[in-house]
Design a protein around this ligand. Structure first.
Ligand SMILES: Cc1cc2nc3c(=O)[nH]c(=O)nc-3n(C[C@H](O)[C@H](O)[C@H](O)COP(=O)(O)OP(=O)(O)OC[C@H]3O[C@@H](n4cnc5c(N)ncnc54)[C@H](O)[C@@H]3O)c2cc1C
Length: 463
């Protein structure tokens, strides 16, 4: 069925949902079919902007019974572009973006289609925060289900570690609650297993204390100072308390920042303990003394800090990402990273080294499917360029950096920092989780989605 002959399907969907159904030929179709990653150019039969959970059940039911490919879209920021599909139906959760704070239980209920900024703007005025990612337009849906790494990971763990319950519509259209009390297996699977197990219409998160006043800074280094700064940063990270989170980024600043076209190293760090901001300042002074930056930008407001990196990944960028975990940042590894980082003479790619550990590392490996909790660092090599003509070289460069780091990898891949790969998808998923967790995920997939309706994701085939 081509998009032009989709009219009966669109009409039928319209009769079943209260939300908006956008079909080919509708004025909004072009905007509605697109996702963050501009390389992904698909033409669905219909995009359903669901209004409530009943709509979700209706769309799931419709796709299952009509055997139509189903793409579930949260914030549409999945790097692999699984939030849209050719010749199928997109279930767009974007209107389920409500955020309800329950101060009596210290929890926050968030719609499955909310963006990170929706949560921050609602919780910060109440002195509370949910550990999320670092770019405010990213969707909570994909971010949480894949893991969720951000400024509070060492202090409180992944976003997924902070989920206490999730409302899920399974492949059969059943509504279930995943929580320790009601379905601990499903909750386990949702903490890193991606969108394989159903549509999450609402997450309930444990809220944490807002870092207020915020102690955060970006320290910037020009290329000749990289070797010293990176080694000083590595030494500094060895003895840090959980409250300090730091990311080392090698990047050519995007032109809109007007910061020149030379590659820079940015050491961005944030202190999460609101009761002892002075200690945070002390630790940052130590880093500053060990590696005096060429420039620095402090930030004192949480919501502003949470969107400080937005400029790196605006919508419509063309993206390809790869990642790996590693433990050593000694001379051999520093040499590899600096050589690759220095090659970047273009804006549109970047290398992030996330310092991990802390509360993230103390979550037992078997408590979630998320891999490599013990690794000291996660490397994310990413692209967000605009010119289609450079798709091939930028993608090849991202691959090459991670390839060079392969000898130092401690195993596991983070699904949210992964582009779509051609080839054997089952093998790719095994590389993500490892054999043991994958086996458990596959067993749960058989229970919740035996026919693999939810397959537009880093797919776990049913066992
Ligand atoms: C600019 C940018 C910045 C990023 N920054 C960070 C960061 O700081 N930390 C980090 O950890 N990650 C980060 N990521 C990665 C991000 O976590 C993933 O791209 C994530 O998948 C985005 O979720 P989404 O809902 O926006 O995407 P979508 O494309 O909508 O969804 C991604 C996948 O999740 C599924 N899904 C989404 N919502 C639901 C739901 N409610 N129920 C069931 N399945 C669902 C989809 O079907 C799809 O398979 C970033 C990505 C981008 C593009």
């Amino acid at each position: 069925m081509g998009t032009s002959s989709a009219a009966p399907l669109v009409a039928e969907l319209r009769s079943r949902v209260t939300g908006q159904v956008v079909g080919a030929g509708d004025e909004e179709y072009d905007a509605a079919r697109r996702v963050w990653n501009g390389i992904v150019d698909k033409h669905p039969l219909a995009v359903v902007r669901v209004a409530d959970e009943d709509d979700v059940v209706a769309v799931v039911d419709h796709a299952r019974t009509r055997r139509l490919p189903l793409a579930v879209r949260g914030g549409g920021h999945g790097v692999a572009g699984y939030g849209t599909v050719d010749e199928g139906v997109v279930l767009d959760l974007g209107r389920l973006a409500g955020v309800d704070l329950d101060e009596s239980t210290g929890t926050v209920r968030v719609g499955g289609g909310a963006r990170l900024g929706d949560v921050d703007r609602a919780t910060a005025p109440h002195g509370l925060v949910v550990p999320l990612g670092v770019v405010s337009q990213t969707g909570v849906g994909g971010l949480t289900l894949g893991g969720g790494v951000g400024w509070l990971t060492r202090a409180y763990g992944l976003t997924a570690d902070n989920v206490v319950a999730a409302s899920v519509v399974t492949a059969s259209g059943e509504r279930v609650t995943a929580s320790e009390a009601e379905d601990g297996d499903l909750l386990w699977a949702l903490r890193g297993g991606g969108g394989n197990f159903g549509v999450v219409t609402r997450f309930t998160y444990r809220a944490r204390a807002l870092p207020d006043p915020l102690v955060a800074v970006e320290m910037v280094y020009t290329e000749q100072r990289w070797p010293h700064a990176l080694r000083a940063w590595e030494a500094w990270t060895r003895e840090l308390p959980d409250a300090m989170q730091s990311i080392a980024t090698f990047i050519v600043p995007p032109p809109e920042l007007g910061a020149g076209d030379e590659p820079l190293l940015v050491l961005a760090s944030m202190w999460a303990d609101p009761d002892d901001g002075a200690a945070g300042e002390r630790f940052l002074s130590e880093l500053r003394a060990a590696a005096p930056p060429d420039e620095e930008t402090p930030e004192s407001d949480w919501v502003a800090w949470q969107s400080a990196f937005d400029v790196l990944g605006g919508p419509g960028r063309r993206g390809y990402w790869r990642n790996t975990s590693f433990d050593r940042l000694d001379d051999e590894v520093v040499e590899v990273l600096l050589r690759r980082a220095g090659e970047q003479r273009w804006a549109g790619t970047g290398i992030d080294i996330h310092h991990m550990g802390g509360a993230f590392a103390r979550v037992p490996a078997e408590a979630t499917p998320f891999p490599a909790r013990g690794a000291r660092f996660w490397l994310n090599v990413y692209g967000a360029w605009t010119d289609p003509a450079v798709d091939a070289p930028r993608t090849a460069w991202v691959r090459a950096v991670v390839q060079d780091m392969a000898p130092f990898s401690t195993g596991g891949l983070y699904v949210n920092f992964l582009g779509a790969e051609a080839g054997d998808r089952a093998q790719a998923t095994r590389a993500v989780y490892g054999a043991g967790p994958l086996e458990r995920l596959a067993g749960l997939k058989r229970r919740y989605d035996p026919e693999n309706l939810f397959r537009l994701n880093h797919n776990v085939p049913p066992a």
